[in-house]
Design a protein around this ligand. Structure first.
Ligand SMILES: Cc1ncc(COP(=O)(O)O)c(C=O)c1O
Length: 402
């Protein structure tokens, strides 16, 4: 069994006193800020950090991160709006790079009108679409070409590049794309964008990947006689949900520090998971505990419609780890169900056998009315879930900030 921060347990017990059953996301902004600072301190000064808001767009999270990062990575007009709304009143709007496949005319026009810093373009048709819209608006657009590497440059739980995918321009087609930009006068080619994998746990491989990206951009410059001042290497720094040694940040920083400084080039990292995962917890109260076909099941007020992460390939076969916050009050006239010293599968309230948050996980004791708490839920937790399937109430949101 794992332990969680006593402040989080206390906040959940307080919530239980105010109303049951408990179902909540808890975001700890101190943990979040510390993690952003840790990353920044480990990286050489020539690295910039943009937060990929898709990992967690909660306004409190975005506001807490804003003063500590160089900008944001957004992949839709909705995300751009979320950044602007959450940071309104904090000074000048933060810098934003706009990425993502399948940009519509409206996305591109909206992004250009909102003064984004850089548009990461995913394909040749999109280049022409941006030219067509920019010409109509009478603006010049700073663009970067997203490259899908010709070989496997990174591993991770989600591969986007170095493999056939909908992302980016295949490396072999890059010379043609660079030449195309030269014929599109409204486009100002500023750099290259790479985001090859998400959730890579190997710091040495990530450093080698950044080194490779630096080499590619220098080669493109030399071959085409262009100056590309921005290298955006994407996100992808991993989180070990099984509580193993995880991504070795110091090693990553040290290896990057050994590379020659990139000669005035801006090198942008746009992590999401690595910054936000640790600050979040998903908590759900046990409504029922039963034995079915020889196995124990705990059914909670909540499930994968709030917290879909456990059903993604991120944490190995047993899924996401959890802790139990015991709640002593049991105000019912009927017996309290209980399991002691046994593996339990934690399932949600949806009418599908896929609504499983953790499978066959050992508990010392679990009772109806206790709260199961999933740590490392701050990235791709609420954001990737299908909230309204079965129309259950959404979870509460508890923000700790001290
Ligand atoms: C273009 C882009 N940048 C950054 C990220 C953030 O990735 P991660 O959360 O793995 O750091 C993503 C995630 O999908 C992405 O698509």
């Amino acid at each position: 069994m794992i332990r969680i921060d006593p402040r989080v347990a206390a906040a959940l017990r307080r919530r239980a006193e105010r109303g049951r059953p408990v179902c909540a996301y808890v975001y700890d902004l101190t943990v979040l800020r510390d993690q952003v600072r840790r990353l920044r301190e480990a990286l050489p000064s020539w690295c910039e950090v943009y937060y990929a808001i898709k990992a967690n767009a909660d306004p409190a999270v975005v506001r807490a991160v804003a003063p500590l990062v160089d900008g944001f990575e957004v992949a839709s007009l909705g995300e751009l709006r979320q950044v602007r709304e959450a940071t309104g009143g904090l000074g000048a709007p933060p810098r934003a790079v706009f990425s993502g496949p399948g940009k519509t005319d409206a996305d591109i026009e909206g992004a250009l009108r909102s003064g984004i810093e850089l548009l990461n373009v995913e394909g040749t048709t999109e280049l022409h679409r941006v030219q067509w819209i920019a010409e109509r608006l009478g603006v010049r657009v700073p663009v970067a070409l997203r490259v899908n590497p010709g070989h496997r440059v990174l591993s991770g739980s989600h591969l986007m590049g170095g493999t056939p995918s909908q992302f980016g321009i295949e490396e072999a087609q890059l010379p043609g794309a660079v030449a195309s930009v030269g014929t599109l006068p409204a486009l100002d080619l500023r750099g290259l964008h790479f985001h090859a994998a998400s959730n890579n746990l190997h710091a040495d491989a990530h450093a080698r990947y950044v080194e490779w990206c630096l080499r590619v951009i220098a080669e493109v410059e030399a071959e085409h006689g262009v100056r590309l001042p921005i290298l955006d290497v994407g996100g992808g720094l991993g989180v070990d949900y099984r509580r193993g040694p995880g991504f070795d940040l110091r090693d990553f920083g040290r290896r990057l520090g050994e590379l020659p400084p990139p000669n005035g080039r801006r090198v942008v990292l746009e992590p999401g998971r690595y910054l936000a995962a640790g600050c979040g917890y998903y908590a759900a109260e046990v409504l029922d505990l039963k034995r079915n076909h020889g196995q124990y099941f705990a059914v909670v007020r909540g499930g994968i419609h709030h917290f879909r992460l456990p059903s993604t390939p991120h944490a190995g076969e047993h899924g996401h780890p959890f802790a139990v916050v015991p709640v002593e009050a049991w105000d019912y006239p009927f017996p309290r169900p209980q399991v002691e010293g046994a593996p339990v599968t934690v399932a949600g309230e949806l009418c599908t056998p896929r609504d499983v948050l953790a499978r066959d996980t050992w508990v010392d004791r679990l009772r109806g009315g206790d709260i199961v708490v999933f740590p490392l839920a701050g990235a791709y937790g609420w954001e990737i879930s299908h909230h309204d399937f079965l129309a259950h109430p959404h979870p509460d949101r508890i923000v700790l900030d001290d």
